[in-house]
Ligand binder design. Structure first.
Ligand SMILES: [Zn+2]
Length: 445
């Protein structure tokens, strides 16, 4: 397992993740995704959406607005109870979460200075809607995507004619003005969530809770995370959220000092949300069961994970250093669905126009099918190392011999094995390897 610094450095150096507004000194808890980071993040979201929405009959998606009527946050409990205890050091001005200090501690753990009394701090970002601040409606940037799902429960249920059990999924940005950020993108102030609210009949909630834990566990493993770095930890009575009757975290073993920490939470929220929005809005959000001819308030199972945290975990878990012929090789063994670049096409000699032309042509033919790039900015050894370090699955190399025999070399990231393939078959061969699709007779090698 690499340390966090190694991943921060690789992410910066190779164009995955940069500190937010870096040229102005940054802004704590905000990060910008670079050209490879946005590909990785998009691939994570696409894999989640495919597994959770598109491959299932019982889940549909929404994309709700980030700003909502402030009454939503009154009903959900966030306006009053989305708070963290805060203490400031009077000497060094450092800020601490009071619940992370030793019980009864009154002095600064950093400098020994005097701490202020604990104050409660709502971690939602306040903003206002309307051009004149004094007359505007004050609301908050959403601290979770879930509420955008609950307020649309009836819209979705009736328009899509859904019967219990069914789920609504959403991927989107959320914002929390965390007192303490850190550990790279583990805890950001702006982050992206992937959440499902799965509505069930009361009484079947325990069963669906178990099934979602299993589904989500298998999803992480299916994308290549090593089982020994994952575990399931049920929440204790003292750490359960106010809305949840049961909650587990799927945890990942992060590098020290973080250690085991949450990757995804799965909670049984019972009818807390729909009941509170029914009371708050005056709209009856109960579900009419055609079979029993009764109105029921559905219970909710919620699997909720962070896209940024997932990106961090996939980078950490994929990172390998190995010795190859006496030299260190860094390779990101990202799952093929997650790798930002699937294929790099490299000319062995960049000063031979005929070789360059063939390489560019192959890259252009690959691009409609998978994310491919052309690169001639260094020697071949360097280009391989660079592609290994960003997790590129295959390198296609065009050499002088290719001009004669119309064949190129395909190199596998993980095994470093090289095979010779006719140029005419390159697209089909790579598509078959990367998408696992059976390609018909057109592959002639
Ligand atoms: Zn201090």
């Amino acid at each position: 397992m690499p340390d966090m610094e190694t991943i921060v450095s690789l992410a910066k150096r190779r164009g995955f993740i940069f500190p937010g507004s870096e040229i102005y000194g940054g802004l704590g808890g905000f990060w910008d995704y670079g050209p490879l980071g946005v590909e990785l993040k998009n691939n994570i979201k696409a894999a989640w959406w495919k597994a959770v929405v598109q491959e299932r009959d019982d889940v549909v998606g929404v994309d709700a607005a980030i700003l909502m009527n402030p009454a939503v946050w009154q009903s959900s409990g966030h306006a009053d109870s989305f708070v963290e205890p805060l203490a400031d050091c009077l000497s060094c001005k450092k800020r601490f979460r009071a619940d992370k200090l030793a019980p009864g501690q009154t002095t600064c753990p950093e400098c020994g200075g005097e701490l202020t009394a604990t104050r409660w701090f709502n971690t939602m970002f306040k903003t206002f809607v309307g051009p004149v601040e004094a007359d505007a409606i004050h609301t908050w940037l959403r601290p979770e995507t879930a509420q955008g799902i609950f307020v649309n429960f009836q819209n979705v249920q009736t328009t899509m004619r859904k019967k219990l059990p069914f789920g609504i999924a959403q991927i989107g940005k959320a914002f929390r003005n965390e007192i303490v950020t850190g550990n790279f993108i583990f805890r950001d102030r702006e982050f992206e969530q992937m959440e499902v609210e799965y509505f069930v009949k009361p009484g079947s909630d325990e069963e669906w809770y178990r099934r979602w834990i299993e589904d989500r566990w298998n999803w992480w493993l299916g994308l290549g995370l090593r089982a020994e770095n994952l575990r399931i930890r049920p929440h204790g009575e003292d750490e359960k959220a106010h809305y949840a009757s049961a909650c587990v975290d799927i945890e990942y073993c992060f590098p020290e000092p973080l250690g085991w920490a949450e990757l995804e939470g799965i909670a049984n929220r019972q009818d807390y949300d729909l009941a509170h929005h029914t009371a708050g809005s005056g709209k009856d959000l109960s579900y009419f069961d055609e079979e029993t001819k009764e109105h029921v308030m559905p219970y909710v199972i919620e699997p909720s994970g962070g896209v940024d945290r997932a990106a961090l975990v996939f980078l950490l878990d994929a990172y390998h250093e190995e010795q190859v012929r006496g030299e260190k090789r860094v390779v990101l063994r990202l799952h093929k669905d997650l790798a930002p670049i699937k294929v790099a096409v490299l000319p062995l000699l960049r000063n031979r126009p005929e070789v360059v032309a063939v390489a560019r042509q192959i890259a252009a033919r690959l691009k409609p099918h998978l994310n491919a790039m052309y690169d001639d900015t260094a020697s071949i050894g360097r280009l391989y190392r660079r592609q290994d370090e960003i997790g590129t699955l295959y390198c296609v190399t065009v050499d002088v011999q290719s001009l004669d025999d119309q064949q190129v070399t395909i190199r596998d990231r993980d095994t470093m094995e090289q095979i010779r393939v006719p140029i005419a078959a390159v697209v089909d061969v790579l598509r078959a390897k990367i998408t696992n699709q059976q390609i018909g007779k057109s592959a002639n090698c």
